[in-house]
Design a protein around this ligand. Structure first.
Ligand SMILES: [Cu+2]
Length: 201
């Protein structure tokens, strides 16, 4: 058997070398461009003088957007729009707050149609609760606690009108810095699995 290193073989070798070089360049390019943790668009944190508007749209039975970005320490105007056919609410706060409202409102499950039943929770577990009738909008000014990102379990926006959380009316809060980069957090708000409130089992 005769082997040669004729023009075709040398040409193939050049192609292999070129392909290898291209692969190495691509790898170097991708390494240089590694974006790290997913970033959201930069946020200008709200202040007492110039609160940032955060729009939450409630539907039957979900929230838009699917993740709510908040900057610890900022002042926001929570603008809750109910685009559904029935009353909804937006409870904003950490897991204990969500659990408290779920338990409190469970007692209203058999109330007849009409005005929303009056329910309450311990003031230290109140968080922010914004009840909005179908087709209406309510604006609420809220200062995000500076230490919110370090609370275990994460923060959520949820609706606790009986059955609504279970239907899917809960979205996580993602705490981010002013540059839009997610902050280290102990909670599930950066994409972990949402669990049902304690009262719902
Ligand atoms: Cu609801």
């Amino acid at each position: 058997m005769v082997t040669t290193t004729g023009p075709r073989t040398r040409s193939a070798a050049r192609h292999v070398a070129a392909a290898t070089t291209a692969a190495l360049c691509l790898a170097a390019f991708l390494a240089a461009c590694d974006p790290g943790p997913a970033a959201t668009p930069a946020i200008t944190p709200g202040t007492a003088v110039a609160p940032r508007v955060v729009v939450l749209i409630a539907k039957d039975y979900s929230f838009i957007p699917p993740i709510v970005d908040l900057v610890p320490g900022e002042t926001v105007i929570l603008q809750v729009v109910n685009g559904g056919l029935i009353v909804h609410e937006a409870v904003v706060g950490p897991t204990p707050v969500q659990d408290a409202w779920e338990a409190a409102e469970a007692s209203t499950v058999s109330t007849p149609p009409g005005p929303t039943a009056v329910v309450s929770v311990s003031p230290d577990l109140g968080g922010v609760r914004i009840v909005v009738a179908s087709g209406e909008r309510r604006d609420t000014t809220f200062v995000v606690p500076a230490a919110a990102a370090s609370e275990p379990g994460g923060w959520f926006v949820g609706c606790h009108i009986p059955g609504h959380w279970a239907e899917g009316m809960v979205v996580p809060v993602r705490f981010v810095g002013p540059d839009g980069r997610p902050l280290p957090t102990l909670g599930a708000g950066t994409g972990g699995t949402l669990r049902a409130p304690a009262a719902a089992g």
